[in-house]
Design a protein around this ligand. Structure first.
Ligand code: AMP
Length: 283
């Protein structure tokens, strides 16, 4: 396994692989790797000759300095996991390597980037767009892997690739969960024991909402019952709980949806912001 910190070295190595007609999969991460990340890695190593995993805590996508500074890191453990799972190349650039000058280009994903994460984390998707665009240009992968855990990010990147003719397949990988249902996330490590015990309630709320939709409750009824659920659960500070039309990626606020919908949630548990979602099975 090669570990590169510099773009030119990585590009040179990948150029040699491309001359040998080897396929390249890319898995962008911010490190502190868990089994969810490793699912993406394993899909890539199965489907490609070469897997590149990037580890970069991208400051431009953090709208809160404290959140950036608190983001967990564990480089040695990450490298061991990547080696064990057959990764060929790890790319872990410094911030100055990725942003040698402050970027002036702005990535605007349009209307789908303005709701949910876009609304509550201003500038977040511009940062995501910049780093993903840069990684695509640096690595030029055949396939790039993203988790459905960050559903809005996955939707926006798929659309960017289509709109801008990137010659890259985007694979969306299902969310890996802890046995109690909590979606795996590097941020879970920041929860104390009490908060960790509360955290699975986010998934419980999603399942609850799903069941109500399956039982033909209207969107209004679902939202009002979920509202009561969160108000009666101390320790969870809800940012949003939305029913979303997956195809249009639009928030639905009433009626009985006849389209495929996702339920998306974001909440603070203590000082830790968690997000999760499920795609409701079609009726
Ligand atoms: P992150 O390091 O949080 O930026 O995540 C890197 C990639 O892993 C993103 O595409 C995430 O959507 C994906 N990911 C994070 N958590 C999970 C999970 N629990 N299951 C599947 N994919 C995940």
């Amino acid at each position: 396994m090669d570990v590169f910190k510099e773009i030119t070295e990585l590009r040179q190595c990948l150029k040699n692989y491309r001359l040998q007609k080897l396929s390249v999969g890319l898995v962008p991460t911010m490190g502190y790797l868990h089994e969810g990340h490793l699912d993406l890695i394993r899909d890539s190593t199965k489907q490609n000759d070469i897997t590149v995993c990037s580890i970069f805590v991208n400051p431009v996508q953090f709208n809160n300095l404290e959140d950036l500074n608190d983001y967990p890191q564990s480089i040695e453990a990450d490298l061991a996991k990547l080696k064990e799972n057959g990764v060929s190349i790890v790319f872990m650039p410094s911030t100055s390597e990725m942003y040698s000058i402050p970027p002036e280009t702005v990535i605007n994903f349009g209307i789908k980037g303005e709701i949910m994460e876009g609304e509550f984390r201003p500038g977040h998707f511009n940062g995501v767009g910049l780093v993903v665009f840069k990684l695509f240009n640096i690595v030029r992968p055949d396939v790039a892997y993203f988790g459905q855990k960050d559903l809005q990010q996955l939707v926006l990147i798929k659309r960017m690739v289509e709109d801008l003719n990137f010659d890259i397949n985007i694979e969306g990988i299902p969310t890996k969960r802890e046995p109690d249902g909590l979606a795996m996330s590097s941020r879970n490590a920041q929860l104390n024991a009490k908060e960790r015990a509360i955290a699975p309630k986010l998934y419980a709320a999603l399942l609850n909402g799903e069941k109500m939709l399956m039982d033909h409750f209207s969107v209004e009824e679902v939202l009002s019952k979920i509202d009561v659920f969160f108000k009666s659960n101390k320790g969870i500070e809800l940012e949003y709980f939305n029913v979303v039309d997956v195809e249009k990626f639009k928030i639905l606020d009433s009626g009985h949806p006849r389209v495929q919908v996702a339920l998306c949630v974001a909440a603070y548990i203590g000082g830790v912001r968690l997000i999760d979602n499920i795609i409701v099975e079609e009726k």
